[in-house]
Design a protein around this ligand. Structure first.
Ligand SMILES: Cc1cc2nc3c(=O)[nH]c(=O)nc-3n(C[C@H](O)[C@H](O)[C@H](O)COP(=O)(O)OP(=O)(O)OC[C@H]3O[C@@H](n4cnc5c(N)ncnc54)[C@H](O)[C@@H]3O)c2cc1C
Ligand SMILES: NC(=O)c1ccc[n+]([C@@H]2O[C@H](COP(=O)([O-])OP(=O)(O)OC[C@H]3O[C@@H](n4cnc5c(N)ncnc54)[C@H](O)[C@@H]3O)[C@@H](O)[C@H]2O)c1
Length: 462
């Protein structure tokens, strides 16, 4: 049995742990899927490349009201798709090749790892013999995978998830999307901009329910104008009839059916901890399957760390990246460990409109009994937003009443994912809202004046 100083399960964020500082460590990398993990292959990167193309495709429809007449002449789906994966696939292949052939201290095991002893992992893959390895230390970076709701027929109709939808042979004519979160919002924008008719089915009364209520409401209203959105639906069964998939629903108005040639299920992701047979090690799990870690990313078992989607309540790449750097440091400096910082974790939804958020929603601030003030600034009332004639976007801020410390920031509208960054910075470094607004220049008439004016609107005393 081969023994290693370190074994890393998962080559998403896990792959970037091993740099030159680990040159004299004997490392095993275990990967069951495509080298490079979710973000690179089926997550952040391809989706945002599709979103960029979708934004371009949607521009002609939006520009006529400003007197600019242009026409979308077509979307060459195979070319859009192949340009994206023609750029991504070589990165994954190059990363794999570098580890297999160019990293003398790293051994790559391709297959599914599962614990068979305290610090022993068996790796199985179809067509090869099972290999068992041991290691002094393990990093569990095995990520998460899409959930297919347990509904009669769901597993039999050829439903797509985000893992497969981006590689379709042809552009769908009618797509049913199940889910009302990140992936549903982004993919509905992508495919509808390319010309696919979208029916979006969600079990709750609003889309993007994790957002501040004002943002979620605004996004839901706008989505309902653009797509056939069915709220408050229970899926009772799914069936395929030749080329048509029918999703049978039960909602406030009774039974109905959503039909399309393609079904995308975007109903959340579950941690891959079940694949690892962690009962053989004593690593503990939360009820939802996430690995339990402390602030140093340590599991309860000495020498076993976890990071990213397998352990985090934030399934976000910037969180996985941060935790990777923490684990990296703590592996190298076990006597001087660093803690992860999850105080102000932002996120953005790259749909149309974009949504971005950091910190508490108003509902969370209320639930925590905080004394806070809030202010909302419309894009339409700052110079650049007025020039664009934006009528729907806004920035909402929540600040501690006594100190002016920002508690939360929420933006819906153009460039929201970029505009939020100074607010993340202010919260991370404890800059109070009044100082942030007044003690720096804000370029006129640029879009960040949205943030400046939202800050100035907060009813805080001097
Ligand atoms: C469609 C989509 C879009 C997204 N967009 C964004 C975005 O815009 N911004 C953002 O911040 N986040 C985004 N995310 C989330 C982001 O991709 C994840 O949070 C991040 O990739 C998680 O990284 P990870 O290293 O924890 O796991 P992964 O990157 O998933 O890596 C885990 C790896 O472990 C392997 N593995 C699992 N089990 C085993 C096993 N037993 N043995 C061997 N190997 C195993 C898997 O094959 C996988 O390669 C998106 C996700 C999706 C699905
Ligand atoms: N821009 C980004 O950062 C980005 C983009 C995509 C994905 N992600 C990450 O990936 C994760 C997974 O994305 P997601 O959209 O699958 O999950 P999600 O948690 O964002 O949304 C899941 C949605 O599915 C709905 N749902 C669940 N079961 C259902 C059912 N049986 N019937 C109808 N609706 C049902 C939920 O109510 C919810 O609206 C996200 O939580 C996010 O962390 C991030």
């Amino acid at each position: 049995m081969q023994h290693f100083d370190l074994a890393i399960v998962g080559t998403g964020s896990g792959n970037s742990i091993v740099d030159e500082r680990f040159a004299d460590w004997n490392v095993a990398l275990i990967e069951r899927g495509t080298f490079g993990g979710t973000c690179l292959n089926v997550g952040c990167i391809p989706t945002k490349m599709f979103v960029h193309a979708a934004d371009l495709a949607a521009t002609p429809a939006a520009s006529a009201r400003l007197g600019v007449d242009s026409e979308l002449q077509g979307v060459r789906w195979p070319e859009v798709r192949d340009r994206i994966f023609g750029r991504i696939d070589p990165i994954s292949q190059g990363g794999r090749q570098y580890r297999v052939e160019g990293s003398p201290n790293v051994t790559v095991f391709e297959g599914t790892g599962r614990f068979v002893g305290d610090k022993m992992l068996a790796v199985t893959s179809a067509g090869t013999d099972e290999k068992t390895i041991s290691a002094d230390r393990f990093v569990l970076a095995a990520g998460s995978r899409p959930i297919l709701p347990a509904v009669p027929g769901m597993a039999d109709v050829g439903a797509h998830t985000s893992d497969t939808i981006m590689r379709l042979e042809t552009l769908p004519k009618r797509m049913v999307i199940v889910g009302g979160g990140f992936i549903a919002a982004e993919m509905a924008h992508v495919f509808s901009s390319f010309g696919t008719e979208i029916t979006l089915v969600t079990r709750s009364g609003a889309l993007l329910r994790q957002e501040d209520l004002d943002v979620s409401r605004r996004f839901s209203e706008m989505a309902a104008e653009r797509w056939d959105v069915r709220f408050d639906q229970e899926i009772t069964s799914v069936e395929r009839q030749d080329d048509l998939i029918r999703v049978h629903l039960n909602g406030p108005d009774g039974a109905s059916t959503a039909a399309g040639d393609t079904l995308l299920v975007a109903a959340g992701r579950a941690p891959n901890s079940d694949l690892l047979h962690l009962d053989h090690t004593g690593v503990q799990l939360h009820p939802d399957g996430r690995v339990v870690v402390d602030e140093y990313q340590r599991t309860g078992v000495e020498g076993i760390w976890a990071l990213g989607d397998i352990s985090s309540s934030h399934q976000l790449k910037h969180v996985a990246n941060h935790e990777t750097r923490i684990v990296q440091h703590n592996l190298l400096h076990p006597d001087n460990p660093r803690a992860s910082d999850h105080r102000f974790v932002p996120h953005a939804v790259f749909s149309s409109p974009q949504v971005a958020s950091v910190g508490l929603t108003e509902q969370e601030a209320l639930a925590q009994g905080l004394r806070f003030v809030s202010a909302t600034q419309d894009y339409g009332d700052i110079a650049y937003g007025w020039a664009m004639e934006d009528t729907t976007g806004f920035c909402k801020l929540i600040a501690e009443a006594d100190t002016g410390r920002l508690l939360g920031a929420h933006i819906i509208g153009p460039q929201a994912a970029t505009l939020i960054q100074p607010l993340i910075q202010a919260m991370s470094f404890g800059l109070d809202a009044r100082r942030m607004a007044r003690e720096q220049y804000w370029i006129h008439p640029a879009m960040p004046e949205l943030v400046e004016n939202a800050l100035l609107k907060l009813p805080l005393s001097d």
